[in-house]
Ligand binder design. Structure first.
Ligand code: BES
Ligand code: ZN
Length: 621
């Protein structure tokens, strides 16, 4: 009777779910899914089974064999974990749950036609990491558990569906799809599920996922989708708008190269397909590593190397994260730190060492900034964190990524690359399809690299706060030049045209990241007059510039800030801009602006992003 995860009601004494069959009826006008979930457990159980649920209406829980109702209770929601769905079992090895999602399901963003690229069709997609799968279906929503699944998605005929699973068909709905159980609870729920399911103009898309995944990797998107082939195992999907599909196809043309490189470094690509889905601009992340189909923000399509770096990162998760998974979010660095490291190894081969070092340099900057952000809350500067009562979305930072990267790079420096490469391959082979914690990693490291604990302070790296003294600021001519040019700006010298002639987005990003947060408004204006960063098509550059403009109270740029906050929903951009507006004192005007912008833009953000912006405003207003 012990929790296995601070973010889940899953009980260590209960059998885990091994398979879920879902029937999902998408009702776009009400932004609701009416659904049946059949959960199979690893063994029969007698007693109260604990499941996670969030903003779900449970119509009934049944014994799938007899269709006898099973008693259940749904607790009032905890702010972080959501509700406990407790079902009374008596030697049952499966349960059938009939339920509906709510329009504010935290995983789902329902977009009306005006919020999409094509402007003519609605769109809906999931973002389940870290703890939002429970708002799509009741489950043991912890990465300690792994499930296979099958799913029938009933959608309007003019739309199609994709999932992080194998597509097994598109066909007309038939009455037999609908569980008999539904008819039993229908009258109570006043739904008439069968006639909805078989209604005019509907189609069923079927999927199966035969490889066990943690629930946070469950994913679908439904919309008017199109696709382009870009490689032997890669297609890019997006809304069916030629300009979007074409630019995505050319941006990601090098994907197969990276997959091959990943295979060389980490072993055979284990998920068969590596498709990409480009989402509407409100997608809250840069990318999400849903297996077989990575989800991407359209802001990565800008015709330079950095879009491929995001794909390299999500690809790397195919091994580190999806194959070996952190047992819960307290060990998130095992996912992201390893993936950062693996991403840069791929980038080094396909884009060259210079690009990889630039990426490390940007990482070094962001790690130092993250230390600044958490200076009053040092817990979140650790690799292994205590997240009891903590919402992972609120403490998301670059620490697990960049400190995790630094830790692995430190071990690599100690033992040399060939030995480290061998270690990583062995690590992946040993723990594939398992969920592990930091200690398990350390034990494996010590067993395979004898004496490492005498050379590297493993405890300081994993349990200590701040940046350990043996971390490493990257060096290269380009990196050093950019950092020193940024230092000269502080003394009043702007880079000359010839000095920046070959700079691309990442060079500018690194330059801006190294400028002081707050400078004279006249300097902000002068820099922009020369290099036009406020109009950059590259959001990394534009947002870094606007952040400095806000902190420097250079109000000329507020219309551009407004435009940016209304056109994208990627949290990497929302966080710094809203934070710059509201933090500190003497910025009453900015605080009012932030409140107004959020009120006006809120509807366009994914629910996770809405929550994150709300917590930024709540902290400072
Ligand atoms: N898995 C993450 C995204 C994520 C993290 C979603 C935590 C929910 C909770 C993904 O792999 C990621 O790290 N994305 C980065 C891309 C970047 C590191 C190239 C992002 O979105 O910025
Ligand atoms: Zn990642």
């Amino acid at each position: 009777m012990a929790p296995v995860d601070p973010h889940s009601y899953t009980d260590s004494a209960h059998p885990l779910t091994t398979h879920v069959s879902l029937s999902l009826y998408f009702d776009f006008p009400s932004s609701t899914i009416h659904a049946a979930a059949l959960l199979n457990l690893s063994s029969p159980y007698t007693g109260q089974l604990s499941l996670d649920a969030r903003s779900l209406t449970v119509h009934g829980v049944l014994d799938p064999q007899t269709l006898a109702p099973l008693p259940f209770t749904l607790s009032p929601p905890d702010a972080v974990k959501g509700s406990l769905l407790s079902v009374a079992l008596d030697s049952h090895a499966s349960v059938l749950i009939l339920y509906s999602t709510s329009p504010d399901s935290s995983a789902l963003q329902w977009l009306s036609p005006p919020q999409t690229f094509n402007k003519t069709h609605p769109f809906v997609y999931t973002q389940c990491q870290s703890i939002h799968a429970r708002s799509v279906f009741p489950c043991q929503d912890t990465p300690a558990a792994r499930i296979c699944y099958s799913a029938k998605l009933n959608v309007p005929r003019e739309l199609s569906a994709v999932m992080s699973a194998r597509h097994s068909g598109r066909r007309d709905p038939v009455a037999g799809d609908v569980s008999e159980g539904f008819k039993k609870v229908d009258s109570a729920a006043a739904l008439n599920f069968e006639s909805l399911w078989c209604g005019d103009g509907r189609v069923v898309e079927e999927f199966v996922m035969e490889q066990p995944i943690p629930p946070y990797l469950f994913a679908f998107a439904v919309g008017e989708l199109g696709s382009r082939e870009v490689g032997p195992r890669t297609r890019v999907y997006a809304e069916n708008v030629a300009a979007v599909l074409d630019s995505a196809a050319s941006e990601f043309a090098g994907t197969e190269d990276m997959v091959r490189q990943g295979e060389k470094l980490f072993g055979e690509y284990p998920w068969e397909r590596f498709d990409l889905l480009v989402l509407p601009p409100s997608f809250p992340y840069g990318g999400m590593e849903n297996p077989r189909m990575v989800f991407l923000t359209p802001t990565v399509i800008k015709g330079d190397a950095s879009g491929a770096q995001v794909v390299a990162h999500e690809l790397a998760h195919s091994w580190t994260g999806n194959l070996i998974t952190n047992i819960n979010n307290e060990h998130f660095w095992l996912n992201e730190g390893f993936t950062r490291y693996a991403e840069r190894r791929i980038v080094e081969v396909v884009q060259g060492e210079e690009r990889a070092i630039l990426s490390m340099g940007i990482g070094w900057r962001t790690l130092n900034e993250a230390m600044e952000r958490f200076k009053d809350n040092m817990e979140f500067t650790k690799l292994k964190t205590n997240q009891e009562g903590i919402d992972p979305d609120n403490v998301y930072s670059q620490v697990p990524y960049e400190k995790g990267f630094q830790f692995l790079a430190r071990i690599e420096r100690q033992i040399g690359r060939p030995a480290f490469d061998e270690f990583i391959k062995k690590y992946i082979e040993n723990f594939k399809f398992k969920s592990i914690d930091t200690d398990t990693f350390l034990e494996f490291l010590k067993a395979n690299v004898p004496g490492i604990e005498k050379e590297v302070d493993l405890k300081l790296w994993t349990e200590g706060t701040g940046i350990p003294p043996d971390a490493y600021e990257p060096v290269s001519d380009l990196y050093t030049t950019i950092v020193s040019l940024a230092n000269e700006f502080k003394l009043g010298r702007m880079p000359r045209e010839d000095e920046v002639a070959n700079w691309r987005g990442q060079e500018w990003e690194l330059y801006l990241e190294n400028l002081p947060k707050c400078v004279e408004a006249s300097q902000v204006l002068a820099l922009d007059a020369r290099y036009r960063m406020s109009e950059s098509k590259d959001y990394e550059v534009k947002v870094a510039f606007l952040q400095m403009a806000i902190s420097s109270k250079c109000r000329d740029y507020y219309p551009e800030v407004e435009k940016t906050l209304k056109e994208v929903g990627r949290m990497k951009y929302l966080r710094p801009l809203y934070t710059a507006l509201v933090q500190g004192s003497g910025n009453e005007e900015e605080k009012i602006l932030a409140k107004r912008l959020f009120a006006e833009a809120r509807e366009c953000y994914h629910p996770i992003a809405q929550g994150v912006v709300e917590s930024i405003l709540a902290k400072h207003l």
